[in-house]
Design a protein around this ligand. Structure first.
Ligand SMILES: Cc1cc2nc3c(=O)[nH]c(=O)nc-3n(C[C@H](O)[C@H](O)[C@H](O)COP(=O)(O)O)c2cc1C
Ligand code: SF4
Ligand code: SF4
Length: 291
């Protein structure tokens, strides 16, 4: 890794040095550089380059194309809260497909999200075809029917509990199993698809499970994607039922090309909403205390 201030433009102002969260840059003869031997501690956050007012900062982990000029103040707090407040989870989608450009924009917006080190751990599989999404349903039906059977059997239940741990087991028993039982009944008896809600598009997020902050990085990206999609006039729904099914299926992992070390972590359904909500809801944090 290498860092320097371009000879032609560097003023020696040390803004890059000041911006570095790892405190590994120094000025040497009025020019910035890594402190000797400290480059291994660089977390590739890019703050040194972004703080430079002359454009002279050069870091070998990045190219000019990785950066863009900052535009400030065009939304404001009220505008942002209006955007947050009008977003709703959507479970009724129009038949209309989602234009590829909109999906590209949603994904582009996730590239502005903060990322814990190492960055770039999250990968996305884009399904922009309802038929391909529906091919996942039999896997979900079968997977959750198997889980329901296991939880109903005292011996199998013991092993499930041991495998997933007490908190997740409690969530399975109190929330997941009742939801999937109902979804299966609706699907089998009434042909109602309440697993993936007949969504026309789906983003499936997966990440290297051994990378620090991999799960957090994915969820922040999902949140940005949700809000970006909403700003583009699309409805979204986070789906918690699909990721574990894909994650545990050798067949689906192989078919979808998911790397061995990657965990399938999140699914975001996308489409144009059939139903527009008239009111929002305040869901407060359980407790807020000033220390
Ligand atoms: C982690 C997570 C998992 C979720 N899983 C599902 C799911 O499997 N199926 C579903 O219909 N909704 C799922 N949701 C959506 C929530 O139920 C949704 O956020 C809730 O309905 C609140 O509605 P709102 O987003 O309009 O405020 C999930 C949401 C989150 C954050
Ligand atoms: S990329 Fe981040 S950690 Fe590395 S030198 Fe620049 S500011 Fe410091
Ligand atoms: S911020 Fe830019 S101009 Fe200032 S010392 Fe660093 S590289 Fe040079």
């Amino acid at each position: 890794m290498e860092f320097h201030g371009d000879e032609a433009g560097c003023s020696g102002c040390a803004r890059c040095v000041e911006a570095c969260p790892e405190c590994i840059l120094e000025l040497h003869e009025k020019r910035p550089r890594f402190e000797p031997g400290a480059d291994a501690d660089c977390i590739s956050c890019g703050h040194c380059v972004m703080a430079c007012s002359t454009g002279a900062a050069r870091h070998s982990a990045f190219t000019d194309a990785d950066f863009y000029p900052v535009e400030r103040g065009e939304v404001g707090f009220d505008g942002l809260v209006r955007l947050f407040s009008a977003r709703r989870s959507v479970r009724r989608f129009k038949d209309e497909p989602v234009p590829r450009e909109l999906i590209d924009k949603v994904i582009e917006a996730t590239s502005t999200a903060p990322m814990g080190f190492p960055p770039h751990t999250t990968e996305v599989l884009v399904f922009n075809d309802r038929g391909k999404i529906q091919e996942l349903i039999p896997h979900m039906v079968k997977g959750y029917a198997g889980l329901e059977g296991a939880v109903a059997n005292p011996v199998a239940r013991f092993f499930v509990k041991r495998a997933v741990g007490a908190p997740l087991y409690k969530a399975l028993e109190t929330h997941v199993i009742p939801v999937t039982k109902r979804a299966r009944r609706l699907y089998e008896e009434r042909k109602l698809e309440r697993y993936l809600w007949n969504a026309p598009a789906l983003l499936l997020f997966h990440a290297d499970r051994f990378a620090t902050s991999n799960l957090e990085n994915t969820w922040i990206a999902v949140t940005y994607a949700m809000l970006a999609a909403h700003a583009l006039g699309l409805g979204t729904l986070v789906n918690g039922l699909l990721p574990p099914i894909v994650d545990r299926s050798k067949e689906l992992r192989f078919k979808l090309g998911i790397p061995r070390d990657n965990q399938v972590q999140a699914a975001l359904l996308l489409g144009f909403a059939k139903l527009q909500y008239k009111r929002g809801i305040r869901r407060k944090l359980r407790k807020v205390e000033y220390v």
